[in-house]
Design a protein around this ligand. Structure first.
Ligand code: AMP
Ligand code: GLY
Length: 427
């Protein structure tokens, strides 16, 4: 079958790589893609939110399966846009309806949902300009640290962990009165701080059944030892040593099963990935957030670790056989490390030539997944903050990380930076 992947990051490069391995895949198109995805299909320069052009492409190329990488088109209703038109209704779009995507698109919606279905999460309250004064009083009465979240999508910047009440009050004012994140911060969720280790668990659902397709630990801070500013993700490991059978069983019975049951009971149309951002609080899993897509760079370890054919797996969400699919994982441990532009997550230079990708990618057990890259006169250059990620597998996490670093030492661009301590707390 012909496939369209929407997005342009390392996640979409990994999706294209994995789907190209399936005997079921026909032509693969990526919109807009990057030089990495171009190795596995045809890049089409259509922006991720240009639904009209994406639909025209899907019809012209006889697309039967669409995988939506990023959250933005999902929250804007790409699923509904395709399913409401008889010309494209039969296409299997992997991603929830706009309504169900509110699980990621609105923190308040997802908190209400978890409350309705008794899913463990941090205690919270929500405020708008209408009950602003009550918010100030509430903040002052809460223990520290205290977590403030813009309700809507804020490009990963909408969460503030305040260490003092003054800081929390200032952020509260900036979000609500100064409209720091525009419409996204017209409502603010204030949450109890959860102490623990984070882990991301991924499921695929058809709205009734689910399969767990992997998990990973993401390292979000720019600096080694988890210091400095938050980023989109600097590296991942999978599997995670504390994800033993007992913990996994708690995740499944306290969180995943009730979430899917809730989706079903509420009649939410959801055919796609569910990303459970969890906190392991002393052996008990709590939900920090839902995302309605795969993570980046989590995908760059999840998909290499997944042995099951991804195209057949995705097709099973459409033909009622998801329950019967056999999910298999490679035995090895996987690590991925992101190389970023100097200055990221602040400002950085673009269009710097990158060398050594092919050399590194030729090493055994190494995958180079491109993220913020582009072509300039047939040379691969930097185009974003997170430039590329290198994944390796090995019998131990230690060896996987050493392999990755060896491969990264062969890749160069001016200002290149990566964390050398991914997986450190498990080594
Ligand atoms: P998000 O932008 O929603 O991914 O949140 C950013 C990060 O904030 C998460 O990955 C957590 O590290 C942290 N965070 C969010 N909510 C909480 C919470 N209730 N307790 C502790 N940390 C949190
Ligand atoms: N790596 C975190 C995310 O994709 O949201």
């Amino acid at each position: 079958m012909n496939i369209l992947i929407i997005g342009a990051g390392g996640r979409e490069h990994a999706l294209a790589w994995k789907m190209a391995q399936s005997h079921q895949s026909g032509d693969i198109y990526i919109a807009p893609g990057n030089p990495g995805t171009a190795e596995f299909g045809t890049n089409v320069p259509i922006p991720i939110d240009d639904f009209k052009s994406l639909k025209a492409l899907a019809i012209e190329k006889n697309i039967e399966l669409i995988v939506v990488g990023p959250e933005e088109p999902l929250v804007k209703g790409i699923y509904d846009y395709f399913s409401n038109d008889p010309a494209t209704a039969s296409i299997n779009v992997i991603g929830p309806s706009a309504k169900a995507a509110q699980l990621e698109g609105s923190k308040a919606f997802s908190k209400h949902f978890m409350q309705r279905h008794q899913i463990p999460t941090a205690g919270y309250a929500e405020f708008t300009l209408e009950n602003y004064e009550a918010g100030l009083t509430y903040i002052s009465s809460q223990p520290l640290p205290i977590v403030l979240k813009a309700d809507g999508l804020a490009a990963g910047k909408g969460v503030i962990i305040a260490m003092t009440h003054q800081e929390a009050l200032t952020s509260f004012k900036e979000m609500l009165q100064d409209k720091q994140f525009g419409e996204a911060s017209s409502k603010v969720v204030i949450e109890q701080f959860l102490e623990g280790i984070e882990v991301s668990v991924f499921a695929l659902t058809d709205g009734h059944h689910y399969q767990i397709i992997g998990h990973a630990k993401d390292y979000k801070r720019i600096g080694e030892g988890d210091t400095g500013l938050n980023t989109g993700g600097m590296g991942c490991v999978s599997p995670v040593p504390f994800m033993d059978a007992l913990f996994m069983q708690k995740v499944e019975s306290n969180i995943i099963a009730p979430t899917i049951k809730g989706i079903q009971e509420e009649g939410l149309v959801y055919k796609g990935f569910v990303f459970f951002g969890l906190m392991n609080c002393g052996g008990e899993p709590y939900v920090i957030e839902y995302n309605c897509r795969l993570g980046d760079p989590e995908t760059e370890v999840i998909l290499p670790r997944l042995q099951t054919d991804l195209v057949s797996l995705l097709a099973a969400t459409d033909n009622g056989t998801l329950e019967d699919v056999n999910i298999e994982f490679h035995e090895a441990t996987f690590a991925t490390v992101m190389a970023v532009s100097g200055g990221y997550p602040g400002s950085y230079q673009k269009n710097l030539p990158i060398t050594g990708i092919a050399l590194a990618a030729a090493l055994p057990e190494i995958h180079v997944f491109q993220a913020g890259t582009g072509f300039q006169e047939n040379t691969i250059v930097t185009k974003g903050g997170r430039v590329l990620t290198v994944t390796s597998s090995a019998a131990t996490l230690n060896s996987a990380v050493i392999h990755v670093q060896k491969a990264l030492s062969m890749i160069q661009f001016e200002g290149m930076y990566f964390r050398k301590d991914i997986g450190y707390e498990f080594l």
